[in-house]
Design a protein. Structure first.
Length: 234
């Protein structure tokens, strides 16, 4: 959507994100920003009313590029990432690089990492598997450009794949991510995964619950997330 409306921004999108984030931060602090109004006249603008919070928390989302991790560290921004197209080991290496750059650039600040995981907790593993199979497989198909590389080991031209190929790829992706790339199953099973995620250097898990699962199952799963939090906090 962004680049459909402003296609000229695509080539320099990464630099523009950093520059725009810094402009918004300056306005948030109450500083003036020099720009041009609709008539081409120079003008200084400020945000009003002034913010109560002195600094605006900023986050960058990375689909796996280590340069984005480095950029987030230099910006003093948190990082949001996921396991689509990257393994736990690969994420660990990128987080370590993020922490290294953060320590070099900012005294006493080591960053903040959130790992986003598709989530549904229930009482029975196989029941959860069948509850998420169709909606999560559909989601993986919509993100096939991210998941394909994890199986082929290289960039894949998805336009060359027929429907059967896509179905096979999505089925393989589902099996993998259900077992090791999501927070699926019982509270006890999820409690075993959380320490592994923490060991990567992750500060928080962002639970993605709204990916097409039946609403009642989602709400019941959220209740079990509360039990998971109690379990791992003991």
């Amino acid at each position: 959507m962004d680049f459909a409306l402003r296609p000229e921004n695509h080539a320099d999108r990464r630099a523009l994100v950093r520059d725009t984030a810094e402009e918004v931060r300056r306005l948030w602090r109450g500083e003036a920003l020099s720009t041009t109004d609709g008539l081409g006249r120079p003008v200084d603008i400020r945000a009003y009313p002034p913010a109560v919070q002195p600094e605006l928390p900023v986050w960058l989302t990375s689909a796996g590029g280590v340069d984005t991790f480095r950029a987030a560290a230099r910006m003093k921004a948190g990082i949001l990432t996921h396991l689509l197209g990257q393994s736990l080991e690969e994420v660990a290496g990128k987080i370590a690089e993020y922490r290294r750059v953060a320590a070099e650039e900012h005294d006493g600040w080591s960053g903040h990492v959130v790992l986003m995981l598709h989530t549904l907790l229930g009482d029975d593993l196989e029941q959860v598997r069948e509850q998420v199979r169709e909606p999560f497989t559909h989601y993986l198909k919509s993100s096939a450009n991210l998941t394909a590389k994890s199986f082929t080991g290289k960039d894949t031209d998805l336009s060359q794949l027929n429907a059967d190929d896509m179905d096979y790829l999505a089925a393989r992706a589902f099996d993998r991510y259900f077992e090791s790339g999501g927070l699926f199953g019982s509270v006890e099973r999820a409690a075993e995964l959380v320490p592994r995620v923490q060991a990567l250097g992750v500060d928080e898990i962002g639970c993605l619950v709204d990916f097409g699962v039946e609403p009642r199952a989602v709400l019941e799963g959220i209740e079990k997330l509360g039990k998971l939090n109690e379990t791992i906090s003991r």
